[in-house]
Ligand binder design. Structure first.
Ligand code: ATP
Ligand code: MG
Length: 149
């Protein structure tokens, strides 16, 4: 449970500091109002880091990630957008499944188990939240997470 309001800003700072990438830009539009979220800080951190790490793994040479938060209809909304390779409509349907990896995941020699987003989905759902994505191949992907306040 958090009563301070630096959770996402701290998480983004740590991510940016720890990520080795020659051309990474994180646009931090995080707004942390005085709302109280009941969260498992450890697991939610891992869940959000999975999304941020994927944006780098499945990104192009120049990676731009935009993170925005807002309060909408009594829910805390987190939006994470990247300018990466995108996910086809067919792959989007199965993206939260255990061990699922998109068709050409190995094109960039990117290793993974296909567990990251499965785990992220489980964690968000366990918080009574929702996670959705919008993506366009070659353009990028946006994940929208909603958590109850
Ligand atoms: P790991 O278990 O190490 O996270 P992974 O990254 O392959 O392995 P997920 O994080 O679950 O597994 O992602 C599943 C698949 O979805 C990836 O293999 C990749 O094909 C695709 N994917 C995930 N995030 C993105 C993204 N931001 N842009 C493009 N493709 C993505
Ligand atoms: Mg992953």
């Amino acid at each position: 449970q958090v009563s301070d309001n630096t959770f996402f800003k701290d998480l983004l700072f740590d991510f940016e500091t720890a990520t080795q990438h020659s051309d990474l830009k994180v646009i931090n539009a995080v707004y942390e109002p005085e709302v109280l979220l009941r969260i498992d800080r450890f697991h939610l951190t891992t869940a959000l880091l999975n999304i941020l790490e994927n944006a780098v793994k499945y990104g192009k040479e120049s990676v731009e990630i935009k993170v925005e938060t807002a309060v909408q209809n009594g829910q805390y909304t987190i939006t994470i957008s990247d300018n990466g390779i995108g996910i086809s409509e067919k792959d989007q349907k199965a993206i939260f499944d255990k061990f699922y990896r998109a068709g050409d995941s190995n094109v960039h020699n990117v290793k993974g188990l296909g567990l990251g987003l499965y785990f992220t989905h489980q964690i968000i759902t366990a918080h009574d939240g929702t996670i959705r994505l919008q993506s366009k191949e070659g353009k990028g992907t946006t994940f929208s997470i909603k958590l109850p306040i």
